[in-house]
Each structure stands twice: as structure tokens, then as C-alpha cells.
Design a protein around this ligand. Structure first.
Ligand code: GCU
Length: 610
């Protein structure tokens, strides 16, 4: 009884601003240049039975198994004696980081468990400086050790975290050991089953930072609907309060001075200069912004735009906008992707959207993508939907799982809230309607609005069907600014494409609607102009024509992000001829070969863009 009351109380208490602040990551290092990028070869040692942490019966690991210890194993062995080790990360094989282990080493293709990584590095430092390590993303659970000392832990495969190592770091020969456990279960986010590949490991860069004792940890800036530039800056350090700080946007002749409050936060607010060019896909103007405090400086490139809804319209800079998009997974083009998205890989993917498809929008699914994708979208002029992996079913009832989702959402918002391209926060994908689920999502929507009231909230919903009428009657609708649905009539199920053309949509009239997904598999190069069977390029092109014709009749439809730009790896797709571990709904193949349907969508968007 007491537990039920606690649980009801837990759910009942709406999400306050105070609680939102508590979600702020302790350290962010936003927009700061790193002292060292630790990308390159890291040695690795797999640990299927997690002996590096615990021995049999759950006892603490034996020293000879503890991969994180600051020991020169070869040196110790050279001393002789009775002691011995059953690992040695100094002489272990290496793989390139960032990148998933599943693609790096054939024997690790389906390895799912604990892996140890080591990187040695020097860190020349000046007195009074602080040292940090920032991990852009590690899939899934991470424990970080420096020189034998545990310095941090994190859970979640797609968001950054920072650990302070000032006390642990030394000038030379640092031993950075990272334990990465890729295992997912009922209480992880996402849960165990998804439609994308495992990609375990250190999938984004790890960087070493040095700062003054008091430094600028975070800053944000945006344009309000009232035409004002507002922002804030957060200092971290022993003397955060009453510090003079400044913000400069040289190209606009804007220089603002402010003072931090007792918590080290300063706020900026000024009328936007008449000369300000607003950011939009057609003219993605970015401004160099410089922030200074006590000799510490950070720089960022920021675009200024407003986003809102009015009835069934999405308003960008006050004008209705139609989202010409596509969904994308974080997977680079190539026969053996490792979820390694560097700038060139991001430009290649987003270039296909902007220049190939004539698109102005991307749905980065189903998790926060690499920051590079967001920055390239800012630069190229592509609006962005960002999502946390509350995907299909997760444990809706355990408060700790909601805490994880809220923290993931906060880490994403604090990382990306300066990106003009990002307009939509999605709080989930295809989650089955149910009370606990809707409560969970409602709490997430409140979290998003408390952390970032300047953007729109959405979710990719499932639909209901009665005959040829599709209904959207999800109890979550009141929480959403923009409704989005995934629809696969004509691929899953037995609808013919004629049926697809006939389908009618019964949708709320007062909110914008997006088709967040629709798509059909096609094996690149498989053509049959006569029979046009499923998995052929011909069928996929026909499917797009039929679905676009259906979409054109939906009055509140304000955008599309078909599933999906590129064929991607999925352990759920095992047709030996057409799939072989790939979801083939891409408009381009895994190596970048365009399929017929690519041109169907490109032509549709080119006409809309006129
Ligand atoms: C779902 C899901 C995707 C999946 C797709 C498919 O809608 O959101 O993650 O890959 O359908 O079936 O191909």
C-alpha cells in the first residue's frame, strides 16, 4: 500500500523547474576547444564474464583480472615471482576509436557484453589548471578509470558525459581504461530489441580538456518570438559569483556585459539588431559568438530563428513551413559501417538530402545523433527532429527508468540547444498505447518543456485503422505540439497500392501532422518491370508514388520523413537474397547507390520547393 502511494505520488508530482535544474549535467564543456583528441588506436580486451569487475559468486575481481589497474604487466612479469596477470592491455590488440567493435574485428561481429579499452596519453599541464575527459557517446554502460582510479560512470549510448580528472591525471604516461558494457535489458533505454544493429563501444570521440580553475562550462543563446536575443552563461569553479562576463557577436556589432549571480550564472537579453539575418534552410546564416569570463574564452557558431505552431501550421520565423524530409540512422555510407560519423560522413549523408532530394528537413532517428550531424545540418540548412530512444516497449512503471529517460533528454537538450537547425524534440517512437506508457511520455513532455520551452514536442505514434480510414486517437495527443505518425500501408499487411491511394485520414484539425515514417524495402539493382514484386526497386518506386498521392489529400499534413535515407544494419532482417542483416528501406543502398524511389521523392520535393 505504502509503495503504491509512493508510486502514485511519484507520478502525480508534475515536473517543476527545480526538478529540471536538477537534471542539468554537472559538467558540460559546451563549445570548448579540446586540448587533445584521443581518437586513434585503443587496445581492447573482451570480458564476456565480467571478470574485470566481479569474480565467481559475485566476489570482487581478483587483482590479476582487474584490467583498470595502473600496472605495467610486462614489467611485473619481467620481475618473475609468483604473481601473474590474466590480461595485459599494453600488449593487447588495438582497434580504431571512435567506432563500434562489431565492425572493427570479425570475431566481435555479434559480441554483446563487457569490453575493456585502454588509451595511453601525455598531459603536459600548467599549475592551477583543471583537467577533464569528455566522451561524446559510449554504448551503453561505461566505467572510466584513469591511472587505476575510478573517475566516472555513465549509462546511455547516445549522449555525452564529462568526468573531471584533475586529481588523477599526470604529466606523462596516463593510463585511461574504459569498461564498456553493451548489454541492454528490460530497464535500459532502448530495451533489448530494436530494428538497428548493436554497435557496442566508444562510438564517438573522446577528448581531453584543460581549463582555468573557474571556467565557462555552458552558454546558450537564442532569438525570442518578441525579437530579442536572450541567453545565459554558466561558470564552474571556486569563484563563480559576481564575475564580469561578456558576449560578443562581432558581425552584428553586439557586445553585452553582465555579472554572474552567486551560482555563477549570468543572463543576457538585448533587442535583436535590425541587420540580423534569420536562419532558415534557404539561408542558413550562422554568427560567430564569443563569450569571455576572467580570461577564459569559448566560441560558437549560432543561427537565430523562431519556431512555433499556429493551428495546423508549423511557423518558422513566423511563416508556415513544409518539412521535406527523410529519416536517417547514425550509420555512415559503406559496406562495413561502424557508426563512425565524422564531418565527411555527415556531409555525405546530409548532402544527399539537401542536394539530392531537395529536402529541408531530417529526422535523426531513433536516438540523439553525433553532434557533428547537428552542426552540419546548421550549416547546410536542414531542419532537425531529434529523438531519445524511448522505442517500442520499455519498462514504463519503474521510476528509475523514467529518471534515465529524463537524464538522456537533458543531456541531449544541453548539448544541442544552440543549434538553430533543431526544431523538434521527439519523446518516443511507436510505443504501444497504455496508461503507464502515456504517464511516462507525459512526464517526458513536461521535462522537455521545462528544459527547453523554445522548441516543439512530438512523438512518432502508431495509428488505428477501420477499413479504409486511419484514425489517430492516441491519449498522448494533448501533450504534443506536432503529431507524427508512422504508416506502412502497402508494405506491412496486405494492402494493394490502390488501397493505399484510397486511404482517408481522420486526424485532429487543430495540430500540424507529420508522416514520420513510411517505406518499403528494395534490394538495390533488383528490377522486374513486369511483375514489380516487393523487394524490387520497381515496387518501392510505385509504393512511394501511391503514398505521396495519399499524403497529398491529408489537409493538416505539414511534412514527411520517409523511412529511410540509407539501407542500414538490422539483426531483424535475415532474408538471404534481399536482406542479409540489412533493412533495405533505404532510398540509397549501404554503399550509396540511389534506387528508383530516390528520384520519385526528389521530384516530389523539387516541385514542392518551387
Ligand atoms: C518502424 C520503426 C523503425 C523500423 C521500421 C521498419 O516503424 O520505427 O525503426 O526500422 O519500422 O519496419 O523498417
Amino acid at each position: 500500500m505504502r509503495a503504491c502511494i509512493a508510486l502514485a505520488l511519484f507520478w502525480a508530482t508534475s515536473f517543476s523547474a527545480f526538478a529540471a535544474d536538477a537534471l542539468r549535467p554537472a559538467l558540460l564543456l559546451t563549445a570548448r576547444a579540446a586540448a587533445q583528441d584521443l581518437s586513434g588506436p585503443w587496445t581492447w580486451s573482451k570480458d564476456l564474464y565480467r571478470t574485470g569487475f566481479t569474480d565467481i559468486n559475485g566476489w570482487p575481481a581478483k587483482p590479476r583480472m582487474q584490467r583498470f589497474r595502473d600496472v605495467d604487466v610486462a614489467g611485473a612479469e619481467a620481475q618473475g615471482g609468483v604473481g601473474f596477470f590474466e590480461y595485459d592491455l599494453d600488449r593487447a590488440p588495438a582497434m580504431d576509436i571512435p567506432g563500434a567493435w562489431n565492425s572493427a574485428v570479425p570475431e566481435l561481429r555479434y559480441f554483446d557484453g563487457l569490453m575493456w579499452f585502454q588509451r595511453r596519453f601525455d598531459a603536459p599541464t600548467r599549475p592551477g589548471r583543471r583537467s577533464f575527459l569528455r566522451f561524446e557517446a559510449v554504448n551503453y554502460r561505461t566505467t572510466v578509470f584513469l591511472n587505476g582510479r575510478e573517475v566516472g560512470k555513465h549509462e546511455g549510448g547516445f549522449t555525452p558525459f564529462v568526468v573531471e580528472v584533475t586529481q588523477a591525471v599526470r604529466e606523462t604516461g596516463n593510463r585511461l581504461v574504459v569498461g564498456v558494457d553493451s548489454k541492454h535489458d528490460a530497464q535500459t533505454i532502448p530495451a533489448e530489441i530494436t530494428d538497428w544493429d548493436l554497435y557496442g563501444g566508444i562510438t564517438r570521440p573522446v577528448k581531453f580538456f584543460q581549463t582555468p580553475a573557474t571556467f565557462i562550462d555552458d552558454a546558450t543563446l537564442r532569438l525570442t518570438d518578441a525579437g530579442r536575443i536572450v541567453g545565459s552563461l554558466q561558470l564552474n569553479g571556486p569563484q563563480p559569483g559576481n564575475q564580469p562576463v561578456s558576449l560578443r557577436i562581432a558581425a552584428l556589432g553586439v557586445t553585452l556585459q553582465a555579472r554572474t549571480d552567486a551560482n555563477g550564472e549570468a543572463r543576457f537579453d538585448t533587442a535583436a539588431p535590425a541587420a540580423l539575418k534569420r536562419w532558415s534552410p534557404e539561408s542558413p546564416t550562422l554568427y560567430d559568438v564569443e563569450l569571455e569570463a576572467g580570461g577564459d574564452k569559448v566560441r560558437d557558431r549560432v543561427g537565430f530563428r523562431t519556431i512555433a505552431v499556429r493551428g495546423s501550421d508549423i511557423l518558422l520565423n513566423g511563416k508556415p513551413v513544409n518539412l521535406r524530409g527523410i529519416s536517417i540512422h547514425e550509420e555512415e555510407i559503406g559496406p562495413n559501417p561502424a557508426r563512425r560519423i565524422d564531418e565527411a560522413a555527415a556531409r555525405r549523408l546530409l548532402g544527399e538530402v539537401k542536394n539530392g532530394l531537395h529536402g529541408n528537413y531530417v529526422r535523426l532517428s531513433h536516438y540523439p545523433h553525433n553532434e557533428t550531424m547537428l552542426r552540419v545540418a546548421d550549416e547546410l540548412g536542414l531542419l532537425v527532429w531529434s529523438e531519445i530512444p524511448v522505442y517500442w516497449s520499455i519498462d514504463w512503471d519503474t521510476p528509475a527508468v523514467l529518471d534515465k529517460a529524463r537524464r538522456m533528454q537533458a543531456e541531449t537538450i544541453y548539448r544541442d540547444r544552440n543549434r538553430a537547425a533543431l526544431i523538434l524534440w521527439s519523446i518516443g517512437n511507436e510505443t504501444p498505447v497504455g496508461e503507464a506508457r502515456t504517464r511516462f511520455h507525459t512526464a517526458l513532455a513536461e521535462t522537455v518543456r521545462a528544459l527547453d520551452p523554445s522548441r516543439l514536442v512530438s512523438a512518432a505514434l502508431l495509428v488505428e485503422r477501420q477499413g479504409d480510414v486511419i484514425h489517430i486517437a492516441d491519449p498522448l495527443l494533448p501533450q504534443l505540439d506536432v503529431i507524427a505518425v508512422n504508416t506502412y500501408a502497402g508494405w506491412y499487411g496486405d494492402d494493394t497500392l490502390d488501397t493505399v491511394r484510397r486511404l482517408r485520414w481522420d486526424v485532429p484539425a487543430d495540430k500540424p501532422l507529420l508522416f514520420s515514417e513510411f517505406g518499403a524495402d528494395a534490394f538495390a539493382g533488383f528490377r522486374d518491370e513486369k511483375l514489380r514484386p516487393k523487394f524490387s526497386e520497381d515496387y518501392q518506386a510505385d509504393y512511394y508514388r501511391a503514398t505521396l498521392a495519399m499524403a497529398a489529400k491529408v489537409p493538416t499534413l505539414r511534412g514527411l520523413s520517409p523511412w529511410v535515407l540509407k539501407d542500414f544494419r538490422s539483426p531483424r532482417r535475415e532474408h538471404p537474397v534481399y536482406q542479409n542483416g540489412w533493412n533495405r528501406k533505404g532510398l540509397i543502398s549501404e554503399t550509396g547507390q540511389r534506387k528508383l524511389a530516390f528520384d520519385v521523392l526528389a521530384e516530389h520535393y523539387r516541385a514542392q520547393a518551387k
